[in-house]
Design a binder for this molecule. Structure first.
Ligand code: ADP
Ligand code: MG
Ligand code: ZN
Length: 608
């Protein structure tokens, strides 16, 4: 924008100069041009008062003040001219003669500039245009030379292990890498091979990128970061040359760390794809492998890569000598969640009575990034209400917002719809409460949030990593409870239960095909999950069983669903009075918190 304005100003200025010059030039032309004979006549008649002799013309001033120009041959002097025309020397003497040195700078500028200037302007214009084009061109030429960011250079980005909460094991593992970078001699002397590559594995938002930066910060070495997708460009061969230039740069500033984020973008199993772009990816991957083999342990360059899809990586990347260290970063557990919240609460004015461990308890399955986001959302909520500090209220509101999207209080629903939603959610809550192996109900709401018309928030009392068949069946019961309640109360069902049904069905299917929990179909998996890059969805299930088995699976799914429905039905039938109480509370207050809920139904685990 600024540049454009400057160019326009420059252009206007140029136009101004040209017009000014042209007008002076024209003025000069306004003086009358006369022939030599007329001039001689004037001399003879003593009409001339002054003559300025220029190279090829005479500028005369008449006694009456008029100005004239007389053209003459360049090498003919005025005296010879007078002689040739027999002018009376007495008369010529009276004329005031001046010789002008017209070969001077002024003259040339004055006479040449008007012709040259347009060309100069055009040249400048073309130059500017070319510069724009050249920018593009030189970018194309420099494509291969990645401008990798050295994150350690800017102070702001300096991260240390202190900023990474939790993830103890991962940190222990990576501390070793820091040692390698700081004191390589110590390891080389005893013949230890310094690892070349470390692969950080973990779900999205678990802090892999953060961790890699922390390693660089701790070791205090340069940190070249590049994302896998940056290797893949429009042009074939760019990826490979970028890899080359990246490693070259790194070797020059060793000891250092190369960080390849989202390596799965280039590191996918080779030979799996179709079409040209995959060839490009393979070349890039090959180049990475070659470079990693190429540098010596003494080079002291360590490559850290991060991915959340270790399953799709090419096995060649994972063999010893390449990414032979693999560090898993899990979603944080209860204690780690509290730690992460503490880290991110450092610059936020929380109310004194805020207990972060309560927040941690309410957020199982949240990743580090989710938790950071949660505190940020809470801060935004507080600011919107012009509060100076963040209360529990905002924090808990933020949890639900992060989980399910913002509340949509403005959605207009009819009384009838509201009633159906209330029964539906009350059904979920009731079944979740009275079945023995389900999670605790924390909140029931009939305020629309995100996609859901209402929601029942249940949370496990502890972080669980294994689940039994009974738990799954009961989970399906809870999912179906809304549907069952609607049918029980209104005699028919609405579309509100669609996503519940879908989730219930797919869970039932997983029990059989993935977990081997069916008695009739036995302990095996069904269906080979394969990655198909050209499909929109990445996972494509390939059938590895017969039609007969497919039929059996369908039957078994129905069987599980029936079992679960029965359980739900049983709860709803026997606890109908509680259902009504919950519904009337919801219709009045729209949300029902755990404490109120327990006042109605009692504490979990003491019934049935
Ligand atoms: P990933 O690369 O694994 O997808 P990031 O490293 O980009 O995740 O993490 C995203 C954000 O989440 C970080 O910037 C940080 O604010 C927060 N975060 C994640 N894990 C942690 C952690 N263990 N401690 C502190 N903050 C974390
Ligand atoms: Mg990342
Ligand atoms: Zn539902």
């Amino acid at each position: 924008m600024n540049n454009l304005l400057k160019n326009i100003l420059l252009f206007l200025l140029a136009i101004f100069v040209v017009t000014a010059l042209f007008s002076t030039y024209n003025e000069k032309n306004k003086t009358k041009e006369v022939g030599i004979e007329a001039f001689i006549n004037q001399v003879n008649n003593e009409e001339i008062s002054e003559v300025i002799i220029a190279d090829n013309e005479l500028r005369t001033t008449l006694k009456n003040g008029e100005k004239e120009v007389v053209k003459k041959e360049a090498n003919e002097s005025l005296s010879t001219l007078f002689k040739n025309f027999n002018v009376d020397p007495n008369k010529s003497v009276k004329i005031n003669l001046k010789v002008k040195d017209e070969s001077g700078w002024n003259f040339w500028l004055g006479s040449i500039l008007p012709f040259v200037l347009p060309f100069i302007l055009i040249a400048i214009f073309i130059f500017y245009m070319m510069r724009g084009i050249q920018g593009v061109n030189s970018k194309a030429i420099n494509f291969g030379q990645m401008d990798t960011k050295d994150a350690t250079k800017s102070k702001k980005l300096k991260v240390s292990f202190k900023d990474v909460a939790g993830a103890k094991e991962a940190k222990e593992e990576l501390k070793e890498i820091v040692e390698f970078l700081k004191y390589p001699k110590k390891f080389l002397e005893v013949g230890a091979r310094i690892p070349k590559g470390v692969l950080l594995l973990g779900g999205p938002g678990t802090g892999k990128t953060l961790m890699a930066r922390a390693v660089a910060g701790e070791a205090d070495v340069p940190f070249f970061s590049i994302s896998g997708s940056e290797f893949v460009e429009m042009f074939v061969g760019v990826g490979a040359s970028r890899v080359r230039s990246l490693f070259q740069k790194a070797k020059k500033s060793s000891p250092c760390i190369i960080f390849i984020d989202e390596i799965d973008a280039v590191g996918r199993r080779r030979g799996a794809g179709l079409g040209g772009s995959h060839d490009e990816r393979e070349q890039t991957l090959n180049q990475i492998l070659v470079e990693m083999d190429g540098f010596e342990p003494t080079d002291n360059v360590i490559v850290i890569a991060a991915t959340n899809r270790p399953d799709v990586l090419d096995p060649a990347l994972l063999r010893p000598g390449r990414f032979d260290r693999q560090v898993v970063i899990d979603n944080p557990d209860l204690k780690d969640r509290e730690e992460i919240l503490k880290v991110h609460a450092r610059q936020k004015p929380l109310a004194k009575n805020v207990k972060l461990h309560l927040l941690a308890e309410r957020t199982p399955g949240f990743s580090g990034a989710d938790l950071a986001n949660l505190l940020n959302e809470a801060a935004i909520l507080a600011a919107r209400q012009n509060k100076k500090i963040i209360d529990h209220e905002e924090l808990f509101e933020a949890i639900e917002k992060v989980m399910m999207g913002p509340e949509r209080k403005s959605r207009v629903i009819t009384e009838k719809e509201k009633k159906i939603t209330a029964y539906h959610e009350a059904g979920h809550a009731l079944v979740a409460h009275f079945l023995p192996n389900t999670d605790q109900v924390h909140k029931v709401s009939i305020i629309a949030r995100g996609q859901a018309g209402g929601y029942t928030l249940k949370l496990p009392s502890e972080d669980k990593h294994m689940h039994s068949k009974t738990e799954f069946i009961e989970e399906i019961s809870v999912l179906l409870a809304g549907h069952v309640t609607e049918r029980e109360v209104f005699g028919e069902v609405t579309t509100g239960a669609t996503s519940d049904l879908r989730r219930a069905t797919s869970l039932a299917r997983s029990l059989i095909t993935d977990f081997g929990m069916s008695d009739t179909l036995g302990s095996r998996t069904y269906g080979a999950k394969e990655e198909m890059i050209f499909l929109g969805r990445e996972i494509h299930e390939q059938r590895d069983y017969s039609e007969k088995v497919a039929e059996k699976i369908d039957e078994e799914i129905s069987h599980f669903i029936e079992q679960a429905t029965e359980k739900a039905q049983q709860v709803i039938d026997t606890k109908r009075e509680y259902l009504e109480k919950i519904v009337s509370y919801l219709l009045k207050n729209e949300t029902l918190e755990k404490a109120e809920f327990e006042k109605i139904v009692g504490k979990k685990g003491k019934q049935l």
